[in-house]
Design a protein around this ligand. Sequence first.
Ligand SMILES: [Zn+2]
Length: 121
Amino acid sequence: MENDQRSRWARFRKSRIVKGIVAVILIWWLATVISEMQPHHEASYRAFCINNLAFIQDAKQKWALETKPPTNATPTWNDLKPYLGSGTNVVTMPTCPGGGVYTIGNLQTAPTCAVKDHVLE
Ligand SMILES: [Zn+2]
């Protein structure tokens, strides 16, 4: 009787049901880990992007100081190029790590990113 129960338990442990349950637990655990990592990523993307927007805004102001355009002028990437470099001639255009597209905007408005929440404060 006892022996019979034990062997049934052994068979149960080897069954596909147990493997299925283990797989479900593993998938659930993985999903939890990934979902916990996600907002973290988004937050660092956002911080990086806002830093870029501040950099673009700074370049716009330098451009305005130097070229004295009308106060509502809208600089192009080409206009900003000389002010986006870091001392050398190597110019790396700032890009959003979240894949957003930047709009420079005119001198009255802050540059914006197409990604929601990537807003210069
Ligand atoms: Zn962005």
